[in-house]
Design a protein around this ligand. Structure first.
Ligand code: IMP
Length: 181
């Protein structure tokens, strides 16, 4: 009998992630310099580690809020239909906003979420994504800041899951399927 299991190969080390997060935070701090307060919106659940590291490197007053949109569920297929499962607690009208996402894949999630938040009239709204898989894009969507551009691989770690596992890996790894006999 064959059993399908998987192994994880490291793709981006914890050290490389930390260095890139510092760069991103420096650029974000310069961009919003002078802001009264930056509303940093993390998209749950994949961005929770990235946002925690990023806000600690941002040299501005920040407010942290979270929004949850439906994405892959427990499968590896993206869905075109994006639903808001948990909305923000705070207001974004007239405020400086930064949306923080783990991965831009087809682009459906971010285009839906940014359209929703823009309809609420923020003063400025930008997007920071840790990873970008441009070869998978189906809608025109580009983050203002991207940590790493990666090929079309299924990745896990640093907050990102495969069927709700592996979020706690300190690095980004790619999933490699193996057949056990
Ligand atoms: P999009 O709407 O297709 O851009 O999907 C974005 C969401 O899909 C991300 O926020 C992730 O939650 C999920 N996703 C996309 N690629 C991967 C991956 O390689 N591993 C785990 N989740 C992924």
């Amino acid at each position: 009998m064959t059993k399908r299991s998987y192994e994880i190969d490291q793709m981006i080390s914890a050290k490389a992630i930390a260095a890139r997060v510092e760069d991103l935070a420096r650029e974000i701090t310069a961009h919003y310099e002078g802001t009264e307060k930056l509303v940093v919106v993390g998209l749950l659940r994949g961005s929770f580690i990235f946002i925690a590291d990023l806000v600690r490197e941002i040299g501005l007053p920040v407010e942290v809020d979270f929004l949850e949109a439906s994405s892959y569920g427990d499968a590896m297929q993206s869905s075109r239909e994006v639903r808001i499962l948990k909305d923000l607690r705070g207001e974004v009208a007239g405020r400086d906003v930064l949306v923080v996402e783990d991965i831009v894949d087809t682009g459906f999630t971010l285009s839906h979420v940014t359209a929703l938040l823009r309809s609420r009239g923020p003063k400025r709204l930008e997007v920071c994504a840790l990873l970008d898989k441009p070869s998978r894009r189906e809608v025109d969507m580009k983050a203002t800041w991207t940590g790493f551009t990666i090929p079309d691989e299924f990745v896990v770690g640093y907050g990102i899951d495969f069927a709700q596992s592996n979020r706690n890996l300190p690095y980004i790894g790619k999933v490699r399927f193996t057949e056990d006999t």
